[in-house]
Design a protein around this ligand. Sequence first.
Ligand code: GLV
Ligand code: GLV
Length: 315
Amino acid sequence: MAKILLTRRFPENGIKLLSSKHQLDISDNPMSYEELYEKIEKYDGVVSMLSDRFDKAMIEKAKRLKIISNYAVGYDNIDMKAAKDQNITVTNTPDVLTEATAELTFALILAVSRRLLEGDRFVKDGKFKGWEPLLLLGKEVSGANLGVIGFGRIGQAVARRAKGFLMNIFYYQRNRNIDAEREYDASFLPLDELLAKSDIISINAPLNKESYHLINKERLSMIKKGAVIVNTGRGAIIDEKELANALKSGKLAGAGLDVYEYEPTVTKELLKMNNVMLLPHLGSSTVKTREKMAKMAANSIIDYFDGKKPAHIVE
Ligand code: GLV
Ligand code: GLV
């Protein structure tokens, strides 16, 4: 029996699995960095949330730790070099959340382009007095140019939905993916060209050194005027302050964000904008997906301590 910490209560199926094999401690509240730092040295394994920062100091404090099972596909919250130096296995929860995240991406694309937020407010504020020919005209999604930044599993799942909307699909990432291009009728473009051509830009990349502030002031200035941008990847891929400026100036027609540069803090100006939809990091938040993620995260821990190689190791 290993001592395992679950840093935040998650779906019951995962808890049952873990506690059937190991001694499990569960935190019912979000753990602060300090709290986690205080406790981590007691544990052989941890199921971590994307909001838990496993930096070098945390990892060095975790003398007994053998495995970090991150309850997320992204693992930018973990210092991978420090983990490797200490021989700690790191796992994530890919695939099972792809469809849910692509679905939420599309919800944002539609909501921002068709001004659903403003429409909802309009009705609830009692302003709807009847159909009007020029009321809240939005951008048509069907047939528009979609630029996907990060064409991994989630980016491709967004493209699959975009095909149903008859969109022209462009993508950018470090390496071309010819098979995916064929499958989704997508064209690779250098980032600058993608920004200039796209009516709707979707960020579906992981956060790493290359993607940090990929969308900065200069890149924002290259975006086609009146475009919409949505981000369900990681906040720090966009310079959020510059994004607010681009929205304020009218360069961008709107934005849909599920993730933030300084999550959970949101750049103040964005909070006041009617053409911006802000969600509290809900990409994978369906019952079905969170249960699958819980099972996967639990099984990584169980497999590891059974002496088997966990299925989703990241390095
Ligand atoms: C969510 O953002 C995840 O990485 O799973
Ligand atoms: C990222 O890891 C993805 O699945 O797109």
